[in-house]
Design a protein around this ligand. Structure first.
Ligand code: NAP
Length: 301
């Protein structure tokens, strides 16, 4: 793996905007990939660097105009800009529109184009390692925030027969459902209050935690009680979007129950891979280098 990136007069700029942004794992992951690409295919002129840009909400518009002026090739978008960026873009892909949030922006024909690679990140392990026919399968999703929107669209893309979303706030749950009332997603989507979980868990082929419950430092917490998870069918897939700790309490409980566990690290890697493919117009992304860079950064290897 290449660790050093030589900045030259031709180096092009990528980055991530957020506020705050100093905890972002993306610079470590992307710069590892970019350095490796220089080694792999130096002659193709893949000379890029990826920087963190802390941008306060009131500076978003001027920052994006500045990015255009200095020739930024593309950037990731994190909290709190994922929705606020949308009116500042010339084009938004149908996927990002369906989710209602943009996490990746690229410069195409002198215009900003926004998309969302979280869906690709989420479905990647379900399309490769755990690939199967999902058309008779049931997904149960815990939480109805931003990440849950990408998970719902991802499950719809995979063709799940039923998608159940469980949340604790009735009004936000209804808004979540209503946001898709004109979309084919509504046909397979049902929302439920937390109290209905015990009847949903025995039906779940895929159980996804999109809440932050169990995330570091509250590592002893789980969105489900031992009693609830005991009803998860053997062989079901438990998927936690959280990547620290690895595994979470939720995944440990599920594995003891005979479930297959997927943690959030792969989603993080794969949404980054999808973004690099867009910016670099390059299919051969060094995925393993990105995975290892994240693991190292998180103290997991
Ligand atoms: P978000 O928009 O704030 O949504 C969080 C959801 O969890 C909301 O529906 C919230 O309910 C619910 N929730 C929070 N605490 C709860 C509790 N104690 N009991 C029941 N429900 C609770 O956050 P997000 O952006 O969707 O992110 C959620 C998680 O996914 C985070 O842990 C994040 O790190 C992870 N994530 C991982 C990746 C990845 O690449 N692996 C990508 C995106 C996100 P209310 O609406 O009622 O507050």
């Amino acid at each position: 793996m290449a660790n050093d990136k030589l900045i030259t007069g031709k180096t092009k700029l990528l980055g991530v905007i957020g506020h705050p942004v100093e905890h972002s794992l993306s610079p470590a992951m992307h710069n590892a990939a970019l350095a490796q690409l220089v080694v792999d295919i130096a002659n193709l002129g893949l000379d890029y660097v990826y920087l963190p840009f802390p941008i306060a909400p009131e500076n978003l518009e001027v920052a994006i105009a500045g990015f255009a002026a200095i020739g930024v090739v593309g950037f990731n978008v994190t909290i709190p800009h994922k929705q606020a960026i949308m009116p500042l873009l010339s084009e938004i892909t149908p996927l990002a529109q369906t989710i209602g949030a943009v996490n990746t922006v690229s410069r195409q024909n002198n215009q900003w184009v926004g998309t969302n690679t979280d869906i690709e990140g989420f479905i990647a392990p379900l399309q490769t390692t755990y690939k199967q026919d999902w058309s008779q399968k049931v997904a149960v999703i815990l939480g109805n925030g931003g990440a849950a929107r990408a998970v719902v669209v991802g499950c719809h893309q995979l063709g799940f027969a039923k998608i159940h979303v469980v949340g604790r706030n009735v009004q936000r749950l209804q808004e979540f459902r209503d946001s898709w009332s004109n979309s084919p997603i509504a046909e397979n989507l049902q929302v439920h209050q937390w109290e209905e979980l015990s009847k949903l868990i025995p039906q779940a082929n895929l159980l996804v935690n999109t809440t932050p419950i169990g995330m570091y430092p509250k590592v002893d917490e789980s969105p489900l009680s031992g009693e609830e998870i005991a009803n998860l069918p053997t062989g079901a897939i438990a998927y936690d979007l959280i990547y620290i700790p690895k595994p979470t309490q939720f995944l440990e409980q599920a594995q003891k129950q005979g479930a297959i566990a997927i943690d959030g690290l792969e989603m993080l890697v794969q949404q980054g891979v999808a973004a690099l493919k867009i910016w670099l117009q390059q299919e051969n992304i060094p995925v393993e280098v990105m995975r290892q860079a994240l693991q190292k950064h998180l103290g997991l290897s």
